[in-house]
Design a protein around this ligand. Structure first.
Ligand code: SF4
Length: 232
């Protein structure tokens, strides 16, 4: 049987956050996530029974059309949770097909698993370290395992809502050896918030007070389009 993946949406947008902010990409948003972050901004992607089952050939065809029309060669595989084991076999095949066509591939990883085979074949990994306000408990040894293998092509991202979140990532970073440079803190947006200016400024101050260990980068798509707009 031909492999397929449940797709929430495929769309063009400029990367809104992290080290590659501003780069045009085609986002392939998978449907399905079992992690349940309290402050998730994509709850419509949780239900594994939703989404449109799309063959890998059709996904490849679409991405080639996007490239022909818009000149975009970067693909960001996101979700949902693209590192959920249910997607691994099909994703490995899709990445192999895309690499044969010279696409650059970023994967947005939830930070709860390290699927080495998949991480080996993508070009860049954005690895979440969940903070206390997400309600998700992380395993620090998983971060260790990840960085030992993939630090050369990765960024870590943490969404910061409270000082407790900041303290948590600071302690974790300080406990690491060697330390990792590309750890980015993203101020959380609450529902209805257009720009979390106060929180943003506080996080900058906390970073100075800690001797500036992190990069602080906001989510530019949210301040351009508003926090509720999808596919941007
Ligand atoms: S891992 Fe991502 S999609 Fe899943 S609940 Fe957390 S933020 Fe939402």
């Amino acid at each position: 049987m031909q492999e397929s993946l449940p797709i929430n949406s495929i769309y063009e947008a400029h990367e809104g956050e992290g080290l590659h902010v501003g780069k045009p990409q085609i986002f392939v948003r998978l449907q399905g996530c079992s992690i349940g972050c309290l402050n998730c901004d994509s709850k419509d992607t949780w239900d594994f029974s939703q989404g449109e089952k799309t063959s890998l050939q059709d996904i490849l065809y679409l991405l080639i059309k996007y490239r022909e029309n818009l000149g975009i060669n970067r693909v960001s595989i996101t979700g949902g949770d693209p590192t959920h084991p249910i997607f691994e076999k099909a994703l490995l095949e899709l990445v192999s097909m895309l690499k044969k066509k010279d696409f650059y591939i970023n994967i947005e990883a939830s930070g709860t698993r390290v699927p080495s085979k998949l991480f080996d074949v993508v070009d860049f990994i954005s690895f979440d370290v969940k903070t206390p306000s997400t309600g998700v408990k992380i395993q620090p040894q998983l971060l260790d395992t990840f960085l030992k293998q993939f630090a050369h092509k990765a960024q870590i991202k943490s969404v910061i809502e409270t000082y407790e979140d900041f303290k948590f990532v600071l302690e974790l970073k300080n406990s690491m050896s060697p330390t990792f440079e590309h750890w980015i803190l993203t101020p959380c947006y609450n529902t209805e918030e257009d720009f979390p200016q106060t929180r943003f400024k506080q996080i900058l101050e906390w970073n100075y007070a800690a001797k500036s260990p992190f990069r602080i980068i906001g989510q530019q798509h949210k301040w351009i389009f508003g926090s509720k707009e999808k596919k941007v």
